[in-house]
Write a protein that binds this ligand. Sequence first.
Ligand SMILES: Cc1ncc(C[n+]2csc(CCOP(=O)(O)OP(=O)(O)O)c2C)c(N)n1
Ligand code: SF4
Length: 280
Amino acid sequence: MQSYKDFDNGISPAWCPGCGNFGILDAFKKALFELKLDPHEITLVSGIGQSSKMPHYLKCNGFNGLHGRSLPVATGVSVANHKQKVIVFGGDGDTYGEGGNHLLHAFRRNPNITLFVHNNEVYGLTKGQASPTTEFGRHTKAQPFGALSEPLNPLALAIAMDCSFVARSFSGRLDHLKEIMKMAIMHEGFALVDILQICVSFNKVNSFDWYKNRIYEFSADYELNDKLKAFEKSQEFGDKIPLGVFYSNSRPTFEKNMPVIRDNTLVSMQNFPDIKSLIC
Ligand SMILES: Cc1ncc(C[n+]2csc(CCOP(=O)(O)OP(=O)(O)O)c2C)c(N)n1
Ligand code: SF4
């Protein structure tokens, strides 16, 4: 690849002008270029949503599945060909709502997958209903009396479940986001990056200026596999919002735990192996 723009496929994004997804797309192309990855080495998987349109705009292998179902698809891709870099894009609704159950099992299994969550704190594609990360009491068109549930803390959940890489960045800090994306893609194991994303149309509270006045970049002053310290850090969200890597560990991956594909990919095998060898 001569330039990060070589990842463009000529399709123009159907996002509102000013949407944070543009920054995420840009940072991602730059991250792939700097990692010297070629399109054929990457498989992008997504569900349904504005964020899930990411694979539509990139020259890479891609699969667009059902709302919330990207992680099982991505796990299948990774088991079939663990030499691919498997990268998932989803919204906070897609990942933490519809796909919440799959997320828990991905944390447990630790497949070698990178998950980027565009967290705009609303369901963007379906016009701004409250999502699992919407703050309690927030008024939307669908919640005229305010959201009635407490928001999910995705980082705390991931750390509690020993997710092997947990980080946060912001769609308006492109260099920071690009570096975090590179670390997450190169991490061996399941990596979650929660990306705070501006939705100019349906989230008028968490605007660019709102974030600019609160976010700060931190380098952990603790060992990154210190679960308790990471958990404590993950509780910070309000007047100050930390961006960076919160937690990391080197657990064996799901693919490494599967003897039949330890040395060879499933897709390169002449004959599909006996099913017993996959499960024992
Ligand atoms: C099972 C199911 N439930 C609901 C929908 C309708 N739906 C499509 S996109 C969407 C919201 C997507 O929001 P989010 O995942 O937060 O992504 P964003 O658009 O904000 O990037 C919903 C509710 C659907 N397609 N399938
Ligand atoms: S509705 Fe929000 S998330 Fe969707 S394209 Fe517009 S700004 Fe982006």
